[in-house]
Ligand binder design. Structure first.
Ligand SMILES: [Zn+2]
Length: 538
């Protein structure tokens, strides 16, 4: 049976740019476009040439090899001809393969935002599409506010879509710009558009996530006949984001109700790169990946209950909706205070640690973990610390270096110019091969100063930790008993891209941070020697 193709259109670099706190440089855009192109997305929308210097520079060259490179911009202004519109000229001159015009399709916006007549807006759509086609570019039209516009004035919304299609647009994209439309409405309105004469094979959907249903709305549109989906990496975008392609793609590929009828340019072989793509993108944004992200999150295939864990290992299909390998993720059985002995043995086995169930050191490890978890440690979120604790208790962690002590000072004073400033300074004393090393560093805060001092001079190990990077640092105050204790979780990574989590607990935040930092460094040294971290290779 031949399957129909669903075209994937990425707007991370255009609509994703609207995300609060995100501002791409030209270099960022080049890197992201290459990631999307390599992955196999059909259309990569790069931005709005002419609207800002970054996008104009980005469109000075074609930035994709396989994917169609798409420029975004307004339809021609009313009252001037297409050939006299400077905005349109910028789009036509950009090194894009296609132009995606944004057009008003709600008569209220035509009147209020454009200040032109409904007929003038239709003429702008037609003439813009014709100008793009004449310039040898593929034309697409994003019908902005289409669903709300349809509800207010169905005839006019349909007329806009028809005008784009009749003028020769390859894709007419129905946008839920405000993001409030519900799946049944999407189905109904898409059906009305098809009935009005725009075939599904020329229709796209652009959904926003304001009710948490951008993915569901995109799939509803596909069900109704649409054959192009617009979305972004990890669902970034204005307000609550756009449809998340990282969720949609595996759903289309792996879920029988779609995969039996549709295909995309991402086959099962490419799909294995999905988790890496999603994490590499977060990396570029300098933010921590969402652990609970569908398919690609660190917790997507994690379980912690004891009974589930043992059944899971016997037959993963009973607890997983797809296999973690199919999207490049991996299964994670977490150690927790709910776990029994079998759970521990399996958790260790998965890290390449063999231990006999009658080994007394195993009982010792279990009691240490339970005791520590009762006092605030959380090993399920810190598998590197768990692995170190296990290897130490079972006797296989080398003594790389010793810590003689550390001291941290925080001073608040007026500087020479009379400005109030807070200075943090840390001193760390280490011992490596009988040699004493003392490092001093100033930092942005006491923990930062301590980290800098600790990693300033590790003697013969210094070049080994050059690529160690702290990605995230989480502090939580726990109210255990009479006084508050602090738990610090640190997420680290290195040049291999592997991530690991370590934990420290103390009544003192600096001390808790120090424990987590030490674990991270020791784990890194173990990992460099293939003495730890085998779990990532699974
Ligand atoms: Zn949008």
């Amino acid at each position: 049976m031949t399957r129909e193709k669903i075209y994937l259109f990425d707007t991370t670099l255009r609509d994703g740019q609207q995300t609060p706190g995100i501002d791409f440089s030209v270099e960022d855009k080049i890197a992201i476009a290459a990631m999307l192109d390599n992955f196999g997305i059909d259309y990569v929308e790069g931005g709005y040439p002419g609207a800002n210097p970054t996008d104009t520079a980005f469109f000075a060259k074609k930035r994709t090899e396989k994917a169609a490179f798409v420029a975004f911009g307004m339809t021609k202004r009313a009252g001037i001809s297409a050939s006299n519109d400077p905005g349109l000229a910028e789009l036509l001159q950009s090194k894009s393969d296609a132009i995606c015009f944004v057009a008003k399709s709600w008569d209220y916006h035509v009147k209020v935002a454009l200040g032109c007549t409904n007929e003038e807006n239709l003429a702008s759509i037609r003439e813009s599409v014709e100008a793009a086609t004449a310039a040898g570019k593929m034309a697409m039209v994003d019908c902005e506010h289409f669903f709300d516009g349809y509800k207010a004035n169905p005839d006019y919304a349909l007329a806009c879509a028809k005008a784009a299609y009749d003028a020769g647009a390859r894709w007419v994209v129905l946008c839920d710009t405000n993001g409030g439309t519900q799946p049944p409405e999407i189905r109904e309105i898409v059906a009305a558009v098809i009935a009005a004469g725009v075939p599904g094979s020329s229709l796209g959907i652009h959904a926003h996530n304001d009710t948490g249903q951008a993915v569901a709305n995109s799939l509803a549109a596909v069900e109704a006949g649409v054959r192009q989906i617009q979305g972004t990496l990890n669902g970034i975008g204005e307000r609550c984001g756009n449809a998340n392609l990282v969720t949609l793609i595996p759903t289309l590929c792996l879920k029988e109700s779609y995969s039996s009828r549709f295909e995309t340019s991402i086959d099962t072989e490419k799909l294995v790169d999905l988790t890496r793509l999603s994490h590499a993108f977060d990396e570029l944004l300098n933010r921590s990946p969402d652990h609970q992200a569908p398919y690609v999150g660190a917790s997507a295939f994690a379980t912690k209950a004891g009974i589930h864990a043992s059944a899971l290992l016997k037959d993963p299909r009973t607890y997983e909706h797809v296999t973690p390998e199919s999207v490049g993720n991996f299964r994670k059985v977490m150690v927790s205070d709910q776990g029994g002995k079998a759970n521990f043995i399996n958790a260790l086995k998965r890290r390449g640690i063999e231990v006999d169930k009658n080994d007394p050191r195993l009982d010792k490890l279990i009691s240490i973990v339970k005791e520590r978890e009762a006092s605030g440690y959380a090993y399920e979120g810190a598998d590197a610390s768990f692995e170190l604790l296990a290897r130490r208790t079972l006797g296989s962690v080398p003594e790389f270096f010793g810590i003689e002590g550390f001291r941290v000072m925080v001073e608040r004073r007026f500087d020479a110019n009379g400005q109030l400033k807070t200075v943090s300074e840390a001193v760390v004393k280490l011992e490596i091969d009988g040699q004493r090393i003392m490092s001093v560093a100033e930092g942005d805060g006491p923990v930062n100063a301590l980290d800098l001092a600790l990693r300033k001079d590790l003697g013969k190990y210094q070049n080994e930790i050059d690529d160690l990077e702290l990605v995230d640092f989480k502090v939580r105050i726990l109210n255990g008993g009479t006084e508050a204790i602090t738990r610090v979780l640190i997420e680290s990574t290195d040049a291999t891209g592997v991530r690991w989590w370590t934990v420290g607990v103390s009544e003192n935040i600096i001390d808790a941070s120090f424990q987590a930092l030490m674990d991270s460094i020791v784990y890194k040294l173990m990992k460099n020697r293939s003495l730890a971290g085998k779990i990532a290779a699974e």
